[in-house]
Design a protein around this ligand. Structure first.
Ligand code: ZN
Length: 294
């Protein structure tokens, strides 16, 4: 007879360039894993299904997907990919397809929501009720989890696209295709590369680069503080986990808050680096699966 201890969780991290499928135990340890390139929706989802059929039976599936994602449960397209420049993927019914093909309870979050939940549960957000999570990469993804549940309205939040106050003497025009000089347009990995005409990894410890970057990210911390009043804001991705990035962002954020916040103004640990690295999204998907076990 099987007990709940025997349950295995299925997790998929659906990324724009790679899909990752894993089987995890209830301690969120990965026991089997596969990565495939993101090609067409049919081919990619079939590879995911084949992986789970070839492994031990899972009791539930959690999916952490690239966005935009339809998260309005009243929508007939709930769990489908929203309008995306990625050829062929707009309206792909990711959740519905996988749930039917695998015949287990399934649930879906954005990759950033899942990472926020994972950091809350097992990473840098442990022992906090309300956790903001920002990842700086090709774009800027940001979400907030309250008691382990991502905050959503009709859509998931898109905090990477908040307007920012331009730094003095910053002539960079911004590169967001929608808003040009929003936070993502000014501070994503490609924005750093274009502004300084160099691969961000090669910019080493040039103070002016990372201080400017921190001044933009701090504006998001201020939005977090005044919109969601989180206990902590976790910085992920290659840029976010640079050795002194959290301290730099913290410094600018406290200055920007200017003392106007009951809990944040003197919180020396408001901004912290992520702890789960590149596994955050996948672990978040597994945490999600654990909440819908039969
Ligand atoms: Zn934008």
């Amino acid at each position: 007879m099987s007990t709940s201890k025997d349950f295995l969780l299925g997790a998929i991290e659906a990324g724009g360039t790679k899909f990752r499928a894993s089987v995890l135990n209830l301690d969120f340890e990965i026991v089997a894993e596969e990565r495939v390139d993101t090609t067409t929706p049919d081919e990619t989802m079939q590879a995911m299904v084949a992986f789970f059929h070839a492994n031990e039976t899972i009791a539930a599936l959690g999916v952490a997907s690239f966005g935009p994602l339809i998260v309005d449960e009243q929508s007939p397209r709930y769990g489908s990919i929203g309008p995306t420049p990625k050829p062929g993927w707009t309206d792909t019914p990711l959740l519905d397809y996988l749930q039917k093909a695998l015949g287990v309870p399934a649930a879906i979050q954005t990759d950033v929501e899942a990472a926020a939940v994972a950091e809350y549960r097992l990473g840098a957000g442990q022992n906090h009720r309300s956790v903001g999570y920002v990842t700086i990469g090709t774009g800027i993804g940001a979400a907030v989890a309250i008691d382990g549940v991502p905050f959503r309205g009709k859509d998931h939040t898109e905090l990477g696209h908040i307007p920012v106050r331009r730094a003095k003497n910053d002539q960079f025009e911004g590169r967001c295709p929608f808003h040009q000089d929003c936070l993502e347009g000014m501070a994503s990995g490609p924005a750093i590369a274009e502004r300084w005409n160099a691969d961000p990894a090669s910019l080493g410890d040039r103070d002016e680069v990372w201080d400017l970057e921190a001044s933009y990210l701090a504006q998001l911390v201020r939005v977090y503080a005044y919109s969601f009043a989180p206990d902590v804001v976790v910085l992920g991705g290659g840029v976010g986990t640079r050795p002194d990035m959290a301290e730099r962002v913290q410094h600018h954020a406290i200055k920007d808050l200017a003392g106007y916040s009951v809990s944040h103004a003197d919180n020396a640990k408001l901004v912290v680096p992520a702890a789960l690295g590149e596994d955050a999204g996948l672990i978040g998907a597994a945490v999600l699966a654990s909440t819908i076990l039969p």
